[in-house]
Design a protein around this ligand. Structure first.
Ligand SMILES: [Zn+2]
Ligand SMILES: [Zn+2]
Length: 162
């Protein structure tokens, strides 16, 4: 038996064995680096996960199973997207009368013709009803009653001027 082992344990086999072990060690080190880096990017305690990853194979598998689902960068991007959508929603509104979706610069509702905004008598920009002066041409505007059914005709006339 010993002779057989000695016969098999040739320099070539030794080299191959050392090579295989070296590969495994490199793989092991790389897996720890990957776990630490991935955990860091996901915004978790990466040093804790690096310690877990020190357990060969099992550590990496445990991390793959338990790691937080979102990358920190992804999460930032998602928050940005939500903020953007909220801004877009702010740009749009609903008609107070019929609930039809209207844009912020609509002067009257395209559905029920309710006046939503005042019009500057001078430059015909749409103005917020709370404004007492036109921010585009500095013309003072009288506070008109808006979002009333009776105002629709007035708005249609104003729209005709535009
Ligand atoms: Zn409407
Ligand atoms: Zn104006």
């Amino acid at each position: 038996m010993k002779d057989l082992l000695a016969q098999l344990w040739t320099p070539e086999v030794q080299t191959a064995f050392v090579f295989a072990v070296a590969c495994l060690v490199i793989l092991y080190v790389l897996s720890i680096v990957w776990v630490a880096r991935d955990a860091y990017l996901r915004g978790t305690y990466w040093y804790a996960w690096a310690v877990v990853a020190l357990v060969p194979l099992l550590g990496v598998i445990a991390y793959c199973l338990l790691r937080p689902p979102l990358l920190l960068i992804d999460r930032d991007e998602q928050e940005l997207e939500v903020a953007l959508k909220q801004r877009q929603l702010m740009k749009y509104g609903e008609c107070a009368q019929c609930g039809y979706p209207v844009e912020a610069d609509y002067v009257l509702c395209p559905n029920c013709h309710t006046q939503l905004k005042n019009l500057c008598p001078s430059c015909h920009h749409a103005l917020d009803p709370r404004w007492s002066v036109c921010p585009y041409c500095t013309t003072p505007v009288a506070g008109q009653a808006v979002q009333q059914r009776g105002a629709s005709q007035q708005a249609r006339r104003a729209g005709g001027v535009r």
